[in-house]
Design a protein around this ligand. Structure first.
Ligand code: HEC
Ligand code: HEC
Length: 498
């Protein structure tokens, strides 16, 4: 045995692994790589919260989660005494005090809002963590308690939160746009798109309208389309790839890097690499998006951007999945977070009626669900991208723009939102199809709606023939009793269901 591989070295390897486990957790919960500049100085979210005198109770009503372990002792004691007197929180002095909102944010207790040097940035936890509500819960809203990382926040009203910001126009790249290059055609849920000249009030009206920007959804593409997608669970990400409903990204660290270098600070898109990527995806429309964005930033007095650039390394080729805009943040932190996201365990499924679950499981096998979905949710989901025509037989796309191969043309089916996400950003960038990737079937009982576009409101509706054979995901059980069994089965799923 060489002296280099003795037991003490093993101990060191274990300690290093433990260190990296904590690092991965902290990156997930708190890391911003400098995006606090964007959220505080460009979007001016803290200023907007202050101006609107948002109380902690109102923040909770928008679905915000509060980590009770990050509250200081005096706030915790005051809250406990308020809630003893009135468990609804309605008469709580603290929960109705707008001054307290800023204090709670600056204490780092608002999950996913990460205070750094007097500013406030955004971390992954904003959408992918819930509290256990052990202290307080608002019906259909947020809660106060210990963190439960990985649970999708289905109640988060991001649109309303964005509209509260003092300079919502800085979120132009994530809005539904009206572009000259698209000859006025706009894709999304609103009748009209926003332009470089739209006012702050018009931006607020778009983002705060849940019909345009639904609760629990986030528009994670800078493609000019209004295509928010429903939030996904983030358990066992080692099983989940390819990532995103369109399945573009095959590695978690590439997905995280994309979020950190573009979504958490879209001013990064104004760099040459950012421009190259948006141009590659959307051609002339992409150029117009970035030019208009630069104009908005100038018009609204935003300077000193891009904010994440000093903490990202310029490397790689724009368009490559590892460096979509030619930047990558700290590799060690990305890899540490991979391990954390792979280790997050899904909650146990609901074991309501054992016999119904067994009958549902049998039907899942025999009616063809396992042609696509695993029976065992503890195995990696199949990497197949299901082409739009299979997963949505009503797809009748029009060509909106031609693109350089391997990218497919920009396509849209007018009658549906289901394909909007895949119009510009889809797996064809890596030589795959325009289609939909397989989701994890985990924590389904807690979902308020189904499919990435939120088009189905219950599992019963998802599986009901009444949606019609041309609908998205047209796999039905005609009769109510087998459907109820299937629902019991789906609600029971966790990574230990075989
Ligand atoms: C503002 C809300 C929000 C934030 C913050 C956020 N995400 Fe997400 N995330 C989403 C939504 C919505 C989806 C679903 C996207 C889709 O369907 O294509 C998603 C999907 C994912 C997926 C794909 C999961 C799958 O099963 O395919 C991964 C991985 C992921 N997020 C990781 C992260 C990481 C890592 C961060 C931080 C760097 C982060 N997210 C920050 C909202 C968010
Ligand atoms: C052709 C492949 C295919 C078949 C067959 C199929 N599914 Fe799916 N399923 C998918 C894809 C892809 C998605 C993701 C759709 C989306 O997010 O828009 C999905 C989504 C789901 C979801 C929603 C998950 C969520 O979080 O919203 C459930 C539940 C589901 N499938 C159950 C079933 C059942 C039950 C059957 C059989 C009756 C079935 N599936 C048959 C491919 C398939």
């Amino acid at each position: 045995m060489s002296p280099m591989s003795g037991p003490s070295d093993q101990g060191m390897a274990v300690r290093q692994k433990m260190g990296d486990a904590n690092l991965g957790r902290d990156v997930f919960r708190f890391e911003t790589f400098g995006n606090e500049g964007f959220w505080t100085d460009a979007v001016r979210l803290p200023a907007g919260i202050k101006q609107a005198k948002v109380t902690p109770l109102q923040a909770l009503e928008l679905g915000v989660q509060i980590d009770s372990d990050m509250l200081d002792a005096s706030i915790k004691a005051e809250l406990a005494s308020d809630l003893r007197a009135d468990p609804t929180g309605r008469t709580s002095k603290l929960l109705n005090d707008p001054e307290a909102t800023g204090k709670i944010i600056m204490a780092g207790a608002v999950i996913g809002m990460s205070p750094k040097n007097g500013k406030v940035g955004t971390s992954c936890a904003l959408c992918h963590t819930m509290s256990d509500a052990s202290v307080f819960k608002v019906p259909q809203g947020g809660s106060i308690g210990h963190r439960l990382d990985g649970k999708a926040n289905h109640e988060l009203n991001l649109g309303k939160i964005f509209a509260t910001a003092a300079n919502t126009r800085a979120l132009y790249t994530g809005a539904q746009l009206q572009l000259a290059a698209n000859k006025g055609k706009t894709l999304g849920r609103a009748p009209h798109g926003l332009t470089a000249n739209s006012t702050e009030a018009e931006f607020d009206a778009y983002f705060s309208n849940p019909r345009y920007y639904p609760i629990g959804m986030f528009d994670d593409t800078f493609d000019g389309n209004g295509d928010p997608m429903h939030n996904t669970p983030l358990f066992r990400q080692d099983l989940a790839g390819p990532y995103g409903s369109e399945g573009l990204v095959t590695k978690i660290d590439d997905f995280s890097n994309l979020v950190f270098t573009t979504l958490f600070d879209p001013t990064m898109l104004t760099t040459p690499g950012g421009r190259a990527f948006v141009h590659k995806l959307a051609g002339a429309a992409g150029d117009e998006i970035i030019d208009s964005y630069v104009k908005i930033l100038a018009d609204t007095g935003v300077t000193g951007y891009p904010y994440v650039r000093p903490q990202a390394r310029e490397m790689g080729k724009p368009g490559d999945l590892a460096t979509p805009i030619g930047f990558r943040v700290d590799e060690r932190k990305l890899i540490a977070m991979n391990a954390y996201l792979s280790g997050l365990q899904a909650p146990a499924g609901m074991s309501e009626d054992r016999q119904a679950i067994l009958r549902g499981r049998e039907a899942f096998r025999t009616v063809g669900c396992t042609g696509c979905h695993n029976l065992d949710q503890g195995r990696p989901v199949p990497a197949t991208i299901h082409p739009m025509a299979t997963i949505f037989p009503g797809d009748k796309p029009m060509v909106l723009a031609e693109r350089e191969p391997p990218l497919n043309p920009v396509l849209d089916t007018e009658s549906s939102f289901f394909d909007d996400k895949m119009a510009v950003v889809n797996a064809s960038l890596r030589g795959e199809k325009r289609g939909v990737a397989m989701p994890l079937l985990l924590d389904l009982a807690r979902k308020p709606s189904y499919l990435h576009d939120d088009s189905v409101k219950s599992l019963d509706e998802l599986l009901s023939l009444s949606r019609g054979n041309l609908a998205p995901h047209p796999f039905f059980l005609k009769d109510a009793a087998p459907r109820a069994d299937m629902i019991a089965y789906l609600r029971s799923l966790d990574t230990n269901s075989h």
